[in-house]
Design a binder for this molecule. Structure first.
Ligand SMILES: Cc1cc2nc3c(=O)[nH]c(=O)nc-3n(C[C@H](O)[C@H](O)[C@H](O)COP(=O)(O)O)c2cc1C
Length: 184
């Protein structure tokens, strides 16, 4: 059981969310693979979440679990593996950016899903108002703050409040479908 914001009253009250602890135990490795292949039938866009306001603290990770949640207040969520060493850097109220990738950013997506030490090497990035790095050639940018962290099975849901957003260009999006890059 974990605390989560009450969907009726907004951010103030907390409700208890039941996350079945039995589910991961019930799924053996084969079933997990099958589940991954079913999840992969749901095509998504691809984003890179970035955080850190000092160069030594910059972190970025390719994610396709980004989902819009609410217009008023403006919110989205994404999920990070709970074993991600950088999860603890996403502190409540800390700033982060969501970079929505175009189909010309496959190598950037691979870089930020690859070796941690290679991610910021020889890279063109700028700093947004919140001092967090972002990638100007993306389709769009969302600047946000972490609002709530909810443990859900082997991932943690990060619910975020939007502070600012920009559209950069109208290139085609980078899509992920059946564990492969696609576009429209
Ligand atoms: C297209 C794509 C989407 C991904 N989406 C997620 C995601 O939503 N959440 C997540 O935790 N990892 C996701 N990953 C994996 C991470 O990018 C990364 O490889 C993995 O979490 C290890 O990250 P770390 O080295 O920062 O711990 C995705 C990878 C790819 C290629």
């Amino acid at each position: 059981m974990v605390d989560a914001p009450d969907s009726k009253s907004g951010e103030g009250n907390l409700v208890r969310v039941r996350v079945s602890p039995a589910l991961p135990k019930l799924l053996n490795m084969k079933k997990k693979q099958t589940l991954t292949s079913v999840f992969s039938l749901f095509s998504t866009g691809i984003t890179i979440v970035t955080n850190g306001t000092k160069k030594s603290e910059y972190f970025g990770c390719t994610i396709n679990s980004f989902t819009s949640v609410s217009l008023n207040p403006a919110m989205f969520l994404f999920c990070l593996g709970s074993d991600n060493k950088h999860l603890k850097t996403f502190k409540l109220q800390s700033p982060l950016n969501i970079n929505i990738l175009s189909n010309s950013q496959k190598s950037l997506s691979n870089k930020f899903a690859g070796r941690l030490e290679d991610r910021w090497k020889n890279l063109d990035y700028d700093l947004s108002k919140n001092k967090v790095p972002y990638f100007k050639k993306s389709l769009g940018l969302i600047e946000a703050k972490v609002f709530q962290k909810i443990l859900a099975g082997d991932h943690t849901i990060l619910l975020c409040k939007i502070i600012n957003y920009s559209n950069f260009n109208s290139k085609k999006p980078l899509i992920y479908y059946k564990s492969k890059y696609q576009t429209i």
